[in-house]
Design a protein around this ligand. Sequence first.
Ligand code: HPA
Length: 274
Amino acid sequence: MAENKIYEKVENCVKAIREVTDFVPRVAITLGSGLGNYANQIDVKCEIPYSKIPGFPVSTVPGHDGKFIFGYVGEVPVVCMKGRVHYYEGYDITDVVLPTRVMKMLGAKILFLTNASGGINYNFEAGDLMLMTDHISIFAPNPLIGANIDELGTRFPDMSEVYDKDLRQIIIDTAIENKIPLKMGVYAQLTGPSFESPAEIKALRTMGVDAVGMSTVVEAIAANHMGMKICAVSCISNLAAGMGDPLSHEDVQKAADKTGPLFEKLVTECVKKF
Ligand code: HPA
């Protein structure tokens, strides 16, 4: 058993899952707002509620109820996270990335991250889908702080191409083939839970941020540390603070749900090619 407590927790979760299923996924998909019904796209073989996995972080946000869904998208074996925890819920950042580490240890080679975000780029509209080309992580705690887990990866991992070029090209081609409009840009993760102020949005735009949210980047860093191939698509659920109406979680959820069918189509058609 590992000496590192964080790694030991990951191993225990993997062990608990392996007592239920021997399913080996190729692609791990983390479902954000708007993809709540994604299970409909999966030939489901097994579901495991997070609450059945000892030590596994369980979300406190309404609409983020959590379970792993194992099954096939086309011929591709996937594990889907329906619901994820966020740092603003009060979890240690290592717990926020624990599920990502678990999915890698179950066999996943590719990670497809999704989320909802506020659009900062003036060319974006609510309802747009944005392929993440890069990220800004400096406003969120780094999930790799602490003793390095050598079993997972190196102390100082390179982050010069977190979002895999080949996967990005597949997503671009698939969007074109299916006539799904797709924007591209840089996503910044802030901690939340408060939405940003207009001055913060202006500052982020100056820094080169196209969309802002409260998830995804820490997961991408942990996955990159472990050598996973990563891609991410964000649903621009609203224009960021100061660019439109005042923000509410309910409106964000509603807008993301509206884009849901298109988002589902894009994810499904891409994963079939992964
Ligand atoms: N800001 C931060 N997170 C978000 C937003 C936003 O405007 N919309 C959806 N998630």
